[in-house]
Structures are given as structure tokens and as C-alpha cells.
Design a protein around this ligand. Structure first.
Ligand code: ATP
Length: 306
């Protein structure tokens, strides 16, 4: 994953790499309009959401025609609920979120939000409706205030502070000599992974999107920070249609639905309890994770990337 405090003029150069990492898709789209690979249909309409049910209908996808990545992926995220996607590294988890954000077009099948095909709606309206908390938040070389306000152009200072409070970063910001005017980024204060993720959460709260994509950090935070982030995630996911790309199972137990991806196919689906009872791939991954947590209790839950 790229470490990101990037001068804006470099963004074009590393666009592809960042795009790959799902680092901060929202920002890239606003900065790099010219790089759009997907065009609006001439008669594209703004997305109208009523709860934002997300549906993948028999989606087939390949980045490269020689190598198919997703096979017949079919699922629904009911309006206002959370679906977690788990699976080994390379199974296609992040690809699902890239397709939902319409970075790429599906090859076959379709993706709809409240029955509207992504290909029939404007990309601007789609990207307004989706908030992303990425693994690695890209911070502008600007103030903390600016970095939070990015979620909602024109936000007032009071709204920014309210979002920062809700994301539990307000006290930290206030403790800095320059408060919300503190410069961050490569020429400013370096924030920790957890602090950056809280900035992303505050930004998302301000944006107030109908759909949330949470790309869980692969690099584990310490367990206290981890729990705090999880708690905040629960808060922002409430009443929003949420897709969690989960790299560790400890975070998915509460999801209404868990999808287990294996080599681009959904091989199991259900709740945590039903998947444990089914004693399949999910149960194996869970047992392995429990065993490694026992062997090494000091570390947060081990990841699934093996
Ligand atoms: P991880 O848990 O490691 O992040 P993932 O399950 O999210 O993995 P994806 O990033 O969705 O996996 O990748 C699925 C497959 O697609 C991988 O085999 C990857 O090599 C391939 N892939 C991803 N992006 C591209 C691309 N831009 N061009 C070609 N192949 C790609």
C-alpha cells in the first residue's frame, strides 16, 4: 500500500497505482477528471436513492481479457444494512468496491442501486452517493480543517468540528498548537494510521452518503485504536448501505451478511453464526485466525492474507 502525502502535481503520474490501491478514489476523481476511463451515457440521469439497495446481478469481470477475475457474482445488500466481503488475498474483494464506484465497467451482468443501472446514471451523482473510508487516506498538504471539509465543500467550521467530534479526533486536533489550522501532509504534521483514518471518518460523516465502502486497514492498528475505529464505523454504518472489505474476521461478526469470495466466486454467504455452523471455508479461516491469536495474543487478530 502506498504511503501518501503527495504533492498534487504527482497525482496524475501515480494515478494508476493509487487507483489500484483504492486509496482515495473520491479525491482522485475530482482532481483527475481527464483520466476517467468510464464515460457518462448521453442520456445519463442523476441517481435517485430511496434507502440505496445495492445489487450485483451475475457480474463477470476481467481487468485483462486474458484473465477473468469475477465469475457470476450475484448478491444484494439490502437498504441500510452491512455486508462484509472476506476471502484470501487476490480473491476479488477490492474489485467489487471498484466496480460499485464504477472505476471499471462490468463485462457482463449489471450493478444497480435502487434498481438504477450504474451505466444509466451520472458518475457525479454516483460518487456523491458513496462515501469511502479507505485503508490509507490521502491527505492534502493543507490544514486539518481543509482535509475534513473536503467531504462537503462549503461546510461551516461548526459542522467540521461536529464531524471531528463524532469521529473522535476533535480532542487530538485541539491539543495541537495550531488546532484545526495545523498543516498536515508531507510538509506538515505526519498523522498516524489511526488518526488519518479518523480524518477519513470525519470527512465521510460530513459527506453523509447513502452508501459507505469501508476498506479495512490491512496493517493492524493497536487493539485500542482498532476498537475505537470499529465503534465509529458502526456509528457511521448505521442506516447506511455498507460494504466492508474485511481483511480480518474479527470485524465482520456483526454484519447482516458475509460474502466469502474464493478466486472470484462467492462460495459461501450468510451470517457469522450460520457460516460457522456450515463448517466450510469461513469456519476454517475463523479457526485459523483464532489459533494464531492464541499463539500471539499481543497482536491484534491476524489477517487473512495467506
Ligand atoms: P487483497 O485482500 O490482497 O487486497 P483482493 O481480494 O481485494 O485482495 P483484488 O484487489 O480485488 O483482490 O484483486 C483480484 C485479482 O485481480 C488479483 O489477482 C489481482 O492481481 C487482479 N487485479 C487487480 N487489479 C488489477 C489490474 N488493474 N489489472 C490486472 N489485474 C488486476
Amino acid at each position: 500500500m502506498i504511503q501518501l502525502y503527495i504533492p498534487l502535481n504527482f497525482l496524475g503520474v501515480i494515478y494508476r497505482e493509487i487507483k489500484q490501491s483504492l486509496a482515495d478514489m473520491e479525491k482522485l476523481f475530482s482532481l483527475l477528471d481527464q483520466n476517467r476511463e468510464v464515460a457518462d451515457a448521453p442520456d445519463a440521469k442523476p441517481l435517485q436513492t430511496h434507502g440505496a439497495e445495492v445489487r450485483f446481478n451475475h457480474v463477470e469481470f476481467s481487468y485483462d481479457p486474458k484473465r477473468q477475475i469475477l465469475f457470476g457474482v450475484d448478491f444484494t445488500i439490502a437498504a441500510g444494512t452491512t455486508t462484509a466481503v472476506v476471502g484470501h488475498s487476490g480473491s476479488g474483494k477490492s474489485t467489487l468496491s471498484r466496480l460499485l464506484f464504477r472505476f471499471y465497467e462490468v463485462n457482463q451482468g449489471s450493478i444497480t442501486i435502487d434498481g438504477q443501472d450504474l451505466r444509466a446514471i451520472t458518475q457525479d451523482s454516483l460518487r456523491h452517493a458513496i462515501g469511502i473510508v479507505p485503508q490509507d487516506t490521502v491527505l492534502f498538504n493543507d490544514t486539518i480543517e481543509y482535509n475534513i471539509a473536503y467531504g462537503k465543500p462549503g461546510a461551516t467550521h461548526e459542522q467540521i468540528v461536529a464531524a471531528a467530534r463524532a469521529a473522535s479526533i476533535h480532542d487530538f486536533v485541539e491539543s495541537l498548537p495550531d488546532g484545526y489550522a495545523t498543516m498536515v501532509g508531507e510538509r506538515g504534521l505526519k498523522l498516524s494510521g489511526g488518526e488519518k483514518q479518523r480524518v477519513a471518518i470525519a470527512r465521510t460523516l460530513l459527506k453523509n452518503p447513502a452508501i459507505l465502502i469501508f476498506d479495512e486497514a490491512t496493517s493492524a492498528l493497536d487493539s485500542k485504536a482498532e476498537q475505537a475505529i470499529q465503534q465509529q464505523l458502526k456509528e457511521i454504518a448505521r442506516n447506511r448501505t455498507t460494504m466492508v472489505i474485511a481483511h480480518r474476521l474479527s470485524t465482520v461478526a456483526d454484519a447482516e451478511q458475509i460474502l466469502v469470495l474464493d478466486h472470484g466466486r462467492i462460495v459461501e454467504r450468510g451470517t457469522h453464526q450460520s457460516l460457522l455452523a456450515a463448517n466450510g471455508l469461513y469456519a476454517q479461516m475463523w479457526q485459523r485466525q483464532q489459533a494464531s491469536a492464541e499463539e500471539n495474543p499481543a497482536s491484534p487478530a491476524s489477517d487473512l492474507e495467506q
